[in-house]
Design a protein around this ligand. Sequence first.
Ligand SMILES: Cc1ncc(COP(=O)(O)O)c(C=O)c1O
Length: 279
Amino acid sequence: MTGTVWIDGAIVDAAEAKVSVFDHGLTVGDGVFETIKVIGGRPFALRRHIERLHRSARGLGLDVPLSDARLRAAIDELLTAAPGGSDLGRLRITVTGGVAPPGSGRGTAGPTLIIAVAPLEPWEVDTVAITVPWPRNERSAVTGLKTTSYAENVVALAEARKVGATEAIMPNLAGSLCEGTGTNVFVVRDGALSTPPLLAGCLAGVTRALLLEELPEADEDNVPMAALPDADEVLLTSSTRDVQPLRMLDGRELPGIDGPVAKRAIDAVAELQARDLDP
Ligand SMILES: Cc1ncc(COP(=O)(O)O)c(C=O)c1O
């Protein structure tokens, strides 16, 4: 894996960066993270990502071990040091429970903080997804927190990849649409664009929030999974995909990039990124 890493105040090549084999993030997935798009060497929507990092950390009882000002300074330093200034990049902030005895109990060593940046390959303009039957738990202790415990997502995405899809879309326990493994989902039905409310158990996606703010027609609404086969358009949103419409879902063709709502959504996010990098 290529990239440049900030760890313990030092900036090193990804191949040199090291954490303990007893780090609680590694042994039990006790950690939180953020993935941030880097545009022209600058992080996009960093304020919102830092806010969510704090929310996730609080939810796990973790402290982010740097003040926001020092975190921003470390990110600046890292992006300046990264080869090519990481013109288009993926920045990741990870905070874990730190070194601890094996098992679920946390140790006393204090959290680990890692900031990494790597080049980002642009996504295709539209893509293929499947639905999977495994539900997200909208009533879990960690619902809505961006934790490093992504094994369920790994399994679901592997299922998608088996059939040439790039995302797996999951229901919640109530049988409503929840989210993808790394995306929020917007659906156009009878001309109306909606995305599940946070109570459906999805992550409070930064791109989701921006689209809800920027596109007056976008709204929150519960979407039964059973409604997906009749959707006119389906859009994925995430910090690295921005807005990526589906051209196929479960083998059914969709308009993808040619969808009228998809075009407006893509333009809305692109216009925002052009006028304000920290909305
Ligand atoms: C489970 C999940 N849902 C939704 C998203 C989209 O969130 P954002 O737009 O903040 O990247 C992500 C992003 O990584 C995610 O992991």
